[in-house]
Write a new protein. Structure first.
Length: 391
């Protein structure tokens, strides 16, 4: 990757550069200076992963180069100033016939907002504002990629309950694994079951919506699907749900096809079983996803109660309804992480014992190690990935 000093249009010619060129330049800077999601880069020996590692190392080198960062700040400041002058001139010419430049006013306003947000990040004030990221995933056995654009918003008055308004590493890992092997995540489940009419997917604690949107975009690529797809992305906190809805709308502005429906729903795990369910929860789900959703001691128990009502029982069409769960193994939350295996048992080695039939059990567990992009060599984040289903 080229450094900003070599890649960006010269500052003194910003006023004459095409708008598309300026938009591309801001996207390039965002690729460099958007803070990465911590612990979202899996260790892997494959060629593709090694190529990603090389790009990641290049990005990290550019990100930490003080001279390049300083130039980027200067360039963004000049861009905002130039676009501001152009917009002022457009306002003065409001009575004049609309020119091609005037028609670009809305795009310039968006460009200014994007550049201002990026300027705050480059200046080190990203923690106080909104962050927009683009996540790109390679689809299985294909040269095709899918991309998801997400907005993270700050904590709501520093309320820890609103942490879902930010994208966490576990969601990145699950989305990437989905794209690499859709069938393992019940996508595209019923191509082998043409009698099925609807595939129902549920995400618990959807946060910014990365997992749900990735599932929707994977299914969108199938095309001519013989079944409908109903994805329900849930969360609890109002500001998180509002941001989730915005992310879904911005990613699916163009129709994803009449066979795909993705919606948001409020879901309070603690009272779900004692309340009247929304119509969205009246039918069961073929697959349930959860990433980075266990951070209180009661969460595993509440989630199990919800799954007992929401995860469909095995059938001919779907013999293995599954809850896919990824949690970080943090030293500070080890007690909460341990509750998973206390609440969901492993199946008995000799098969189901009397009274064990029809229970939710851990059918698979693996550990995922991710490197952390930081100045500390060898820093890593460890995740546990569980597949939970009916015994």
């Amino acid at each position: 990757m080229l450094p900003p000093t070599s890649h960006l249009p010269p500052i003194k010619y910003l006023g004459t550069h095409p708008l598309e060129s300026l938009e591309d330049a801001v996207r390039y800077l965002r690729l460099i200076y958007n803070p990465p999601v911590r612990g979202s880069r899996r260790r892997n020996t494959s060629r593709k992963q090694k190529d990603r590692q090389t790009v990641s190392n290049e990005l990290n080198a550019l990100r930490t180069d003080a001279f390049e960062r300083g130039y980027s700040i200067k360039w963004l400041t000049a861009l905002i100033s130039q676009c501001g002058m152009d917009l002022d001139e457009s306002d003065e010419d409001v009575e004049a016939p609309r020119s091609p430049n005037a028609l670009d006013s809305n795009r310039k306003e968006i460009l200014v907002e994007d550049a201002a947000s990026l300027l705050a990040m480059c200046a080190g004030t990203a923690s106080a504002g909104v962050i927009t990221r683009r996540f790109v995933f390679d689809l299985e056995n294909s040269s095709t990629q899918i991309s998801v654009d997400l907005t993270d918003v700050p904590l709501d008055n520093q309320d820890y309950g609103s942490v879902g308004a930010q994208t966490w590493g576990g969601a990145c890992i699950m989305a990437e694994m989905m794209a690499e092997n859709p069938d393992a995540f019940c996508l595209p489940w019923s191509q082998q079951n043409s009698a099925a009419t609807t595939l129902r997917c549920l995400e618990l604690g959807a946060g910014t919506g990365l997992v749900s949107l990735t599932a929707a975009k994977i299914m969108e690529r199938i095309g001519n699907s013989p079944f409908d797809v109903d994805i329900v992305a849930t969360d609890y906190y109002p500001s998180v749900l509002a941001n989730l809805a915005r992310n879904i709308q911005s990613n699916l502005r163009a129709s994803s096809g009449s066979h795909i429906c993705i919606s948001t729903q409020h879901l309070d795990w603690s009272i779900f079983c004692d309340s009247s369910p929304s119509p969205a929860f009246e039918a069961g789900f073929d697959v349930v996803y959860g990433a980075d959703i266990i951070y209180e001691a009661q969460h595993a128990t509440w989630i199990k109660s919800c799954l007992e009502h929401l995860l469909r029982k095995p059938s001919t069409l779907n013999p293995n309804p599954t809850f896919h769960l990824i949690i970080p193994l943090r030293a500070t939350h080890s007690a909460e992480s341990n509750t998973i295996e206390q609440v969901f048992p492993f199946p008995s080695s000799g098969g189901n014992q009397p009274g064990e039939e029809g229970q939710l059990v851990i059918k698979h567990k693996e550990t995922i190690i991710c490197d952390v992009e930081s100045d500390k060599d060898g820093e890593e984040v460890e995740y546990a990935y569980y597949k939970i289903g009916w015994s």
